[in-house]
Design a protein around this ligand. Structure first.
Ligand code: ZN
Length: 420
């Protein structure tokens, strides 16, 4: 060894321009799929100087990733892959992601930073109540807590009795779970009057959208401070971003990846504060780099720096998926926006439907059908609040609580009658 870096050596964290240059060249040279993808978009890796050229790079999608199943995206020799993870995928094939030793290391470093941001210390006992195996969650939480030097109690998901036993006997101070399971634990703790006997002080919840009502309940019942964690399998897994104690959005670790927000329809970059689709580009991910990867997650980047002093940019809590969007009079409407309005209004249930049809001479009409206990002024109140929240004036129909269809799987919310 002469001491000079190998041509393919990763840049140190923190230099975004070098990270972009390295990632594009690495993908181009390491994977026939990426080479074809970049050439198809007319990109010569040598012409990419850094962040300023980001918009010249082609988008990549989950569909691309699936088409190159199982390891067509991998940009390193297979002998350098030390682990794979996969997400279950509600439609079609699994999404498989490969990691080198360096990737696993970077993930643990980012996750340890998440724990630190939430106030976790090496003296804490971290109970990991999420899935292990192909799923990224368990391995991620565990590696991050170990990297920090905390003690891990790896109980895995489910098994309420075991969870409570470990929480009591090992005096777990940090609870990591999905928000649904967090709620289940919180209600079991309340039923059994265990709250005073627990040592839990911090909860870290991820992997699903959760409303303020659920969050407040978990916080109150368990007496903990709750943090939303960010991540997706394609981007290492959970632990690539987290809320800070200000609880205004999630910091994203900009020394490892770059966040863009684009208009889901046109692909045009949006300004800070504007809601659109989150697009990710990694800066030093070896086995499976992401170049302008379209997550389909909807959020925005906060325009102003966080009061906590952390300089890493923040994204808002995820508002839904691009797949859920419907356009009414040219305005994008998401079920999640409707949910957040309904959550604020007293006497309104959680079940609703959106019906869109076209009226000759009037254009699109949006009808929101919602379960509610009828009361004076409720309908007008809902029309007003939905109009504020959606930027479109809807019609509102109140229906009897329990009258809308329930589903054990994903409930259909949007009924677009315009095409029929
Ligand atoms: Zn902050």
């Amino acid at each position: 060894m002469t001491g000079t870096a190998a041509p393919d050596a990763r840049p140190a964290p923190g230099d975004a321009d070098a990270g972009i240059r390295w990632t594009v060249r690495h993908a181009y040279e390491g994977s026939p799929w990426w080479r074809a993808h970049l050439e198809g978009a007319g990109v010569d890796p040598a012409s990419i100087t850094g962040l300023a050229d980001l918009e010249r790079l082609p988008f990549s999608t989950k569909m691309d990733l699936r088409d190159s199943y199982p390891l067509g995206w991998s940009c390193v020799p297979e002998s350098d892959v030390t682990r794979i993870h996969a997400s279950s995928g509600t439609t079609g094939k699994r999404t498989v992601c490969a990691y080198t030793r360096g990737d696993v290391d970077d993930w643990a470093d980012q996750f340890a930073r998440c724990f630190e941001t939430a106030g976790v210390t090496p003296d804490d006992r971290v109970q990991v109540m999420v899935g292990y195996g192909l799923w990224t969650a368990g391995a991620g939480f565990q590696a991050g807590a170990e990297r920090l030097g905390a003690m891990v109690v790896p109980t895995g998901p489910g098994n309420l009795e075991l969870q409570l036993e470990m929480m009591l006997d090992f005096e777990s101070t940090v609870l990591c779970a999905t928000s649904s399971f967090g709620l289940l634990i919180a209600e079991a703790v309340e039923e059994r009057g265990l709250a005073g006997k627990l040592a839990a002080r911090i909860g870290i919840f991820g992997s699903e959208r959760w409303g303020p009502k659920v969050r407040e309940r978990i916080r109150a019942l368990l007496g903990i401070e709750a943090f939303d964690i960010y991540g997706l399998t394609e981007l290492y897994g959970p632990g690539t971003g987290i809320e800070c104690p200000e609880h205004e959005g999630m910091h994203t670790w900009s020394d490892y990846y770059v966040v863009e927000v684009v208009d889901p329809e046109t692909g045009k970059a949006l300004a800070p504060g504007e809601q659109g689709e989150i697009v990710l580009t990694t800066l030093r991910k070896e086995a499976m780099p992401l170049i302008r990867y379209r997550t389909r997650d909807l959020s925005f980047v906060y325009p102003e720096p966080c009061r906590c002093g952390n300089v890493h940019p923040r994204i808002g809590q995820l508002a839904g998926r691009t797949d859920d969007m419907v356009k009414v009079k040219g305005v994008a409407v998401f079920p999640a926006q409707v949910e957040s309005v309904l959550a604020r209004v007293e006497g309104v249930g959680s079940e609703y439907q959106l019906h869109i049809h076209r009226e000759p001479g009037h254009g699109d009409v949006l009808l929101v059908r919602v379960e509610a206990e009828a009361r004076e002024g409720l309908q007008e109140d809902l029309v007003h609040q939905l109009r504020e929240g959606l930027s479109v004036r809807p019609q509102v129909e109140l229906v009897e609580p329990g009258s809308l269809p329930r589903s054990e799987r994903k409930t259909q919310r949007v009924f677009d009658h315009r095409s029929s």
